[in-house]
Design a protein around this ligand. Sequence first.
Ligand code: BV8
Ligand code: ZN
Length: 256
Amino acid sequence: MDIENRQDRTEPVKAVLERARSVLILTGAGISAESGVPTFRGGGGAAVWRGMPFEQLSSAEMVEQNLPLVWEWFDYRRGVVKGCEPNAGHLAIAEAQQSGRFEEFTLVTQNIDGLHRVAGSQDAIELHGDIHKAKCLSCGSLQALDDVGDDERPPVCSECFDSMRPHVVLFGEALDEDALLKAYERAAACDVCIVVGTSAQVYPAMHVPEIAKREGAFLIEVNLEETPLTPKADVSLFGKAGEILPLLLRTENEDR
Ligand code: BV8
Ligand code: ZN
């Protein structure tokens, strides 16, 4: 089926959602774009900083080579996020979870901006960490960055006094096992998997929709453009997440 026919097929897709018992939503940077958070690969602006590509700045070796620069990079990114509010896409996902209309509702995000939490989503699986937290290099204890303040970089762990790093999974680093396994389990069990605003290039996060599809889920993609996931999706809804998700996730009788 060519792309044109897929566009704006929200109605039939809503019918599939009406029958769903378990829904899993995977989000990427695109869901925060309308909140003003730059994306990585769609020319959104975060791709290069101080002449370095973000993959190099956000890499495991950079933590060893130049932890102060890694802090500068994430403090800069946190500053950008601080001025951003959740958009209608984040809110539609939080409302769908709160509505209780699905027996099982799982939100998995690749984003580290915390906007799903601000929008009211509970228990989101943050596969790539949280830009608002610091993690100790030695004992692994986590601390909210608002508590450690901006004066000391790198922050000092209150438990063991070693240096702390951003609590973010960098390229070349393993994801949290438990978080990943939980995401895989929920993906294998879901009836509908909705993938929103991701260029579908980063692994192992992109195993999540692949597992869902393999185990029989109806796969819906919401993006501005085609991605490597498009050929695997049952439906791709092309457009802005902030416009499509409220249409897709809100039921008729919800007063809007
Ligand atoms: C690991 C935190 C091993 C940091 C991130 C070759 C092949 C396959 C894999 C690899 C490979 N070479 C290397 C790898 C592994 C690598 C990887 O997948 N690389 C890719 C790029 C090829 N993966 C890793 O390194 C992972 N670790 O493999 O470790 C290991 C195992 C055991 C022990 C030790 C080691 C770690 C990956 C996590 C890296 N950290 N983020 C930070 O934020 O700085 S990933 C980073 O990319 C972000 O988290 C981001 O979320 C993620 C994915 O990007 P997207 O979210 O998709 O964003 P993007 O800008 O790309 O796309 C935005 C999309 O939105 C676009 O499609 C656009 O059209 C759309 N959009 C825009 N506006 C809207 C919209 N859609 C709807 N509405 C809109 N308004
Ligand atoms: Zn410590």
